[in-house]
Design a protein around this ligand. Structure first.
Ligand code: 1CP
Length: 344
């Protein structure tokens, strides 16, 4: 039997001499080949729903850099669209959705059993990728965490402080919780289908977990992550789950134990030394180089990359950025980071 893929070994708790590496948003606008394929597809959503082209952009960073994992090219906002929300992207601004603020808005959403009518092309992308990826490359599927997805569904767009979602939570908790429950069930179905199509790992992106405090963090970040992870493990016991409660701060402590995830992804607001002592003690961690180094490069990029590898060298670690790479990044800096991780 071939040795297990490096990322799967780290997720199983093994400490490797060199951490495996991939990068959030590794298929993206910093790459000229991405921009060319994106132009061919038309707009961003047409690219997501075109299995051949979505597989092509997923493969581009693997060909260029030989990352240890590929992440399915899709978006966390496809699930709201599959649940019946209108979704479009405004160039230079970001996503727009029809809003959910009243019971009548919620009642228009579709049942979870109907999401595959929209999401089938995504599962087809996963099937193509399992055929085309190199043997050693792990395929990661993903979804947004219920709180993060709800912040977009309630506000109808990205918000700096998630104020509309907090307002609905405080003013109509019953409706807010019904929406979270619908997204949670939809996420379980969506991730299960990705796994059945060939995803080997799934990651739950809670990009706005940092704005949930105290009991709200317990109820709306930890609890949905626990419920989704338990349901995935019941159906697919061998599929590792990565949780990413971005900017959770002290909420990172005990996150893996409370939710059952196999790995906790760290943003760069926590230091690697702190996270090694407080989070990696419970198992695999992923992260956490600041993505700004992909723009600025230089000796600081090399030094910081090496410092992170060293800080996490005593336990299971997957090297990554602390958040997605930005469109103004220099593709050569990505290679410099990989070389620094792999000791070249
Ligand atoms: O080409 C383009 O112009 C579109 C830019 C883009 C891309 C490349 C968007 C719009 N989404 C994506 C792909 C994407 N999104 C992936 C693909 C895999 C990869 O990492 O390479 C993933 C995992 C996501 C996840 C995602 N989408 C998150 C969670 C992670 C994070 O960045 O915090 C969120 C919050 C979104 C919503 C979204 N989609 C796109 C944008 C610009 C945003 C953020 C909007 C905002 O809050 O302002």
């Amino acid at each position: 039997m071939a040795a297990a893929k490096t990322i799967l070994r780290s997720l199983a708790g093994e400490t490797l001499p060199t951490p495996p590496i991939w990068m959030m948003r590794q298929a993206g606008r910093y790459l000229p080949e991405y921009k060319a394929t994106r132009a061919q597809a038309g707009d961003f959503l047409s690219l997501c729903y075109n299995p051949e082209l979505a597989a092509e952009v997923t493969l581009q960073p693997i060909r260029r850099y030989g990352f240890d994992a590929a992440i399915l090219f899709a978006d966390i906002l496809l699930l709201p669209q599959a649940l019946g929300a209108d979704l479009w992207f405004v160039t230079g601004e970001g996503p727009r959705l029809s809003t959910i603020t009243t019971q009548a808005d919620f009642d228009k959403l579709k049942p979870v059993g109907e999401i595959d009518a929209v999401l089938n092309p995504i599962y087809e992308t996963v099937r193509i990728l399992r055929q085309e990826l190199p043997q050693e490359t792990t395929l990661i599927g993903f979804a947004g965490a219920p709180w993060t997805v709800a912040t977009y569904m309630i506000a109808g767009r990205g918000t700096p402080d998630q104020a509309p979602a907090h307002a609905l939570k405080d003013e109509n908790r019953e409706l807010f919780e019904a929406l979270l429950a619908r997204i949670t069930q939809g996420t379980i179905e969506y991730l299960s289908k990705q796994i059945e199509a060939g995803a080997e790992v799934v990651k739950i992106f809670d990009s706005w977990a940092g704005s949930l405090k105290g009991a709200d963090f317990q109820k709306y970040a930890l609890e949905p992550a626990r419920e989704i992870t338990a349901a995935i493990k019941a159906r697919h016991p061998d599929t590792p789950v990565i949780g990413f409660p971005r900017e959770a701060g002290d909420g990172y402590i005990g996150f893996a134990k409370a939710t059952g995830v196999d790995c906790v992804a760290l943003d760069n607001s926590v230091s690697a030394d702190w996270a090694a002592a407080n989070v990696q003690v419970d198992g695999c961690v992923q992260g956490n180089l600041a993505s700004s180094h992909m723009v600025t490069g230089g000796q600081a990029l090399i030094d910081e990359t090496r410092a992170i590898v060293k800080a996490f060298s005593g336990g299971p670690h997957i090297f990554n950025l602390g958040h997605g790479i930005t469109p103004d990044a220099d593709p050569d800096n990505v290679q410099r980071m990989i070389d620094a991780v792999r000791g070249q």
